[in-house]
Design a protein around this ligand. Structure first.
Ligand code: C5P
Length: 286
């Protein structure tokens, strides 16, 4: 079969992020509200008559082929629908910064799953597409659906939430990255003093109170960052709050930091901290 499709792959933010404990399988139980935003990669998916999966990307420093999560997504999808000889070419025009906690790779993978589903006209239901997504990576099920969702387990147990009230979001990506496994391990050995209040966040979201949400945007990983990096994240948060953000937090295991604003802003002086993106929340994963 042949055909070509463009899928958009939005970044996600963790508006609030808590880790409830370590499971017997070594993974950690999460409680987080994820939000899609309109910072998007473009993912072109092409069916070819040459068996094999090829992934190319607009940045030289990012992995290609099956080392890229988008390639793994194609592989898992084709095996699930029993089409191992179908050729697939993926080209990713990258806009979402990597090593940021913005799920760029997971969103590209979800875009491949959506795209292959449409091109191959598989007739798979949402539950099956989520099953495929979960086999590819923890954040992929959320990225498949997008919007505003409470995510538990490793992120795959999702509850749809009321959409975030209209707002503007500023994301700052500093030039350092943080090791995800090291941050999870640090949580196991340190007592966290300031825990996120997910119940309070959900109450404010249900009340459609943007201003009330601000103080609840807390990420448990910030407290276990190496000291120098923690200071840099705090400096960015302070700058966002000084510019009028209602709340500011790191997303995922970093290193991107975001601030939520009531109206469109272009605060000056943030570029000294890293790359700056001005985004809006999305209602779905595209
Ligand atoms: O999901 P990702 O592949 O980025 O996770 C990297 C590492 O983070 C895992 O190998 C695991 O050590 C840790 N992790 C965890 N619990 C989760 C997600 C990730 O312990 N829910």
């Amino acid at each position: 079969m042949e055909g070509r499709i463009l899928e958009l792959a939005p970044a996600k933010l963790n508006l609030i992020l808590d880790v409830l404990g370590k499971r017997p399988d070594g993974y950690h139980e999460l409680e987080t509200v994820m939000q899609s935003v309109d910072l998007r990669d473009e993912v072109y998916i092409t069916l070819t008559d040459r068996p094999g999966i090829k992934v190319d990307i607009s940045r030289d420093d990012l992995p290609r082929d099956l080392h890229n999560l988008a390639g793994k997504a194609a592989q898992v999808f084709l095996s699930y629908v029993n089409l191992p000889d179908q050729g697939v070419e993926v080209y990713i025009n990258k806009r979402i910064p990597d090593k940021a906690g913005l799920a760029g790779g997971s969103s590209d993978a979800a875009a491949v799953i959506r795209g292959l589903d449409a091109l191959l006209d598989t007739g798979l239901c949402e539950t099956e597409l989520l099953d495929i997504s979960g086999r590819v990576g923890s954040d992929v099920p959320f990225c498949l659906l997008g919007g505003t969702r409470l995510c538990r387990g490793c992120g795959e147990i999702m509850t749809e939430l009321p959409e975030l009230p209209d707002c503007s979001i500023v994301i700052v990506k500093p030039d350092f990255s943080v090791s995800t496994p090291e941050l999870f391990a640090a949580l196991d050995s340190k007592r966290v003093l300031r825990r996120p209040d997910t119940g309070g966040f959900l109450k404010a979201l249900n009340a459609r109170e943007l201003t009330g949400l601000g103080p609840y945007t807390v990420n448990v990983f910030e407290e276990v960052l190496p000291e120098d990096l923690g200071r840099r994240v705090q400096d960015i948060k302070d700058a966002l709050l000084a510019a009028g953000a209602l709340g500011a937090s790191m997303t995922g295991t970093g290193s991107a930091v975001f601030g939520i604003f009531e109206s469109t802003v272009r605060p000056a002086g943030l570029s000294g901290f890293g790359d700056v993106f001005f985004v809006k929340p999305l209602k779905s994963g595209e």
